[in-house]
Design a protein around this ligand. Structure first.
Ligand code: ATP
Ligand code: MG
Length: 575
């Protein structure tokens, strides 16, 4: 499915059961129809390297792999691809498990590539004995020179014709620590003139003295990704090993290892990775953002990590819906980040209770409202969800409105509050602005003095009067003060990865990606639980930050603005 086919609002989408099969499902159905398939069941895996936190791109792979297992009644493993000890940590392992579960999936088997280090070692000896692997003494630079290029064949290593006995002896000595890091490698003996560079005698093992998060100091040689991945799939009985397109060129090597070891041979298939506008997605860059403190942590709500999106207020349902919507294809493309934003809007519109909050307050005094009187006005919690009920909001003489909802020099089509103008207060009355009170020294507006029309109470309006604008408000005496973090996109350009010469993605960071405001919110939010999600009427969706909120003192994160309707109306000057 191409992205251009998608509707912004998700309407007219076929449900997941009736939608067209993607190309992977089509291939799987063909495989399952073959007589050789027998009564096997589908088995996929999600294989992250525990060298960082998962991001929204990984969510695509998770939804795909776990989703296929669900669809076809199969299994999906979680396997940590931990062959690179220098960069891997337990913290990442833990966060990955948490994120997969949070997305709503449960793995069948939980494995680590390091579970197979012994088996891989034995298989390496098997290839040596078959004359299909050799110990090479070329250093990295020499190896590069021998490899050739896309247009020129490579040259055989001078060590390629060592005897089986010598290779075995040297390989065992590599294992036993006889040589320094990098001194020797074990390479597969394939074809130095293959047009596919991955088949030009690829390295299988390197010598590396590094502490491994699971095997400790047991190993001084570590398998390369290509040597470990297919065989791990094979051991686990994976039927379809689904990876991203950059591994397409590695498939012949994946196949070569399985065939030459004579072991069970899974099918590798490739799909396009997710790229999102206004976002960087490689773990290396995300790590750099964290380490250089451009963001506060991996779960900073501006990060495209699963944990960042979670803290920002995204729901697992919205991320799964997003992955379903973007589909799976075999060509690389860029998905507009608004597709992701729309998927959380759509979900929160259904489930989030509505409340009123004023981010940048101006105080209003109703000069004709009886002093000391309090009315309790009925407000619907969620018009999309009749079961959500209603609540009472105290209304009295003083309240706050949004700075943006008042303009002293308003254009004629400005239908919010202006001197001498009228507006409806949501759930309450029509008010009229009588006087703008200013600080005599600074000239800044301190208060608005207004009058209200008692005939116009919402729900029992007997006046038959119409005004064009409705604005939200928060009662002054009962307001809760709350810190609100108004998040925006982390980058101010569509493709921060495509930096022009002399620049990096860091040069495109949005300086306004976080603005902290001190807001006034409805008193009912005092006990809002950590993680709870709300719609602040007319402003957007917000959630209670799970890390920095304290009992009775919630901190809110802006998840996303409302649908851009307000912005459009504002542009026309007639909100
Ligand atoms: P990164 O480049 O961000 O570090 P990676 O591919 O090295 O990503 P892995 O931990 O190796 O990260 O990825 C685990 C799985 O997730 C792999 O199967 C990989 O293909 C898939 N994956 C990673 N990034 C994306 C993406 N942007 N879109 C779809 N799948 C992805
Ligand atoms: Mg990787």
């Amino acid at each position: 499915m191409s992205t251009s086919e998608h509707h912004d609002d998700g309407s007219n989408e076929p449900s997941s059961t009736e939608r067209v099969l993607n190309f992977i499902e089509t291939e799987i159905e063909k495989d399952r129809a073959k007589p050789t398939w027998g009564n096997r069941s589908l088995h996929t895996r999600f294989p992250p390297e525990p060298n960082g936190y998962l991001h929204i791109g990984h969510a695509k792979s998770i939804c795909l792999n776990f989703g296929l297992a669900q669809r076809y009644g199969g299994k999906c493993n979680l396997r940590f691809d931990d062959t690179n000890p220098a960069k891997e940590e337990q913290e990442y392992v833990d966060s990955i498990m948490e994120d997969v579960r949070w997305l709503g999936f449960q793995w069948d088997g939980l494995y680590y590539a390091s579970d197979y280090f012994d088996q891989l070692y034995l298989w390496a000896e098997q290839l040596i004995m078959a004359g299909k692997a050799f110990v090479c003494d070329l250093n990295a630079e020499e190896m590069r020179q021998y490899r050739g290029t896309l247009t020129e064949p490579g040259k055989n290593s001078p060590y390629r014709d060592r005897s089986v006995e010598e290779n075995l002896k040297l390989f065992r000595e590599m294992r036993d620590g006889k040589y320094p890091d990098g001194a020797r490698t074990l390479r597969a003996k394939i074809d130095m003139s293959s047009p596919n560079l991955n088949l030009r005698d690829p390295v299988m093992y390197r010598i590396l003295r590094a502490h491994h998060h699971r095997t400790g100091n047991k190993w001084l040689i570590y398998p390369m990704y290509d040597w470990a991945h297919g065989q791990s799939d094979s051991v686990e009985g994976i039927t379809h090993s689904i990876c991203t397109l950059e591994f397409e060129n590695h498939r012949p090597l994946y196949d070569w290892f399985c065939v030459n070891l004579g072991i069970y041979h899974p099918r590798q298939m490739e799909f396009a990775r997710l790229n999102l506008t206004y976002t960087v997605m490689s773990k290396r860059k995300l790590l750099q953002l964290v380490q250089e403190k451009h963001v506060q942590s991996w779960d900073d709500p501006r990060m495209p990590t699963i944990s960042g999106l979670r803290r920002r207020g995204y729901t697992p349902e919205s991320i799964r819906a997003f992955c379903e919507k973007i589909g799976v294809a075999r060509f690389n493309s860029m998905i507009d980040v608004t597709v992701l934003e729309n998927s959380i809007r759509e979900h929160l519109n259904k489930i989030a209770p509505r409340v009123m909050a004023v981010l940048r307050p101006i105080k209003v005094v109703l000069t004709n409202y009886p002093d000391g009187q309090v009315e309790y006005l009925e407000a619907i919690n969620n018009p999309e969800d009749p079961g959500a009920g209603s609540r009472k909001i105290p209304f009295s003489r003083e309240f706050y409105i949004e700075e943006d909802d008042f303009r002293e020099d308003a254009p004629s089509k400005y239908f919010r509050l202006k001197p001498g103008g009228e507006v409806r207060l949501r759930y309450a009355y029509i008010i009229k602005c009588e006087k703008v009170v200013k600080d005599p020294n600074t000239g800044a507006i301190t208060e608005l003095h207004c009058t209200y029309d008692p005939q116009t109470r919402s729900g029992s309006d007997t006046s038959n009067r119409k005004v064009k604008g409705t604005i939200h408000w928060v009662p002054a005496t009962h307001a809760l003060d709350a810190e609100v973090r108004v998040y925006d996109r982390l980058f101010s350009t569509e493709e921060p990865d495509a930096a022009e010469a002399g620049k990096t993605f860091l040069d495109y960071m949005n300086p306004k990606s976080l603005e902290v405001v001190h807001a006034k919110v409805e008193p009912c939010l005092t006990e809002a639980p950590a993680g709870a999600r709300y719609q602040f009427e007319r402003l957007g969706y917000f959630c209670v930050d799970v890390k920095d909120s304290k009992p009775g003192k919630p901190v809110f994160n802006r998840t996303v603005t409302l649908r851009d309707t307000w912005a459009k109306l504002e542009a026309r000057g007639d909100s």
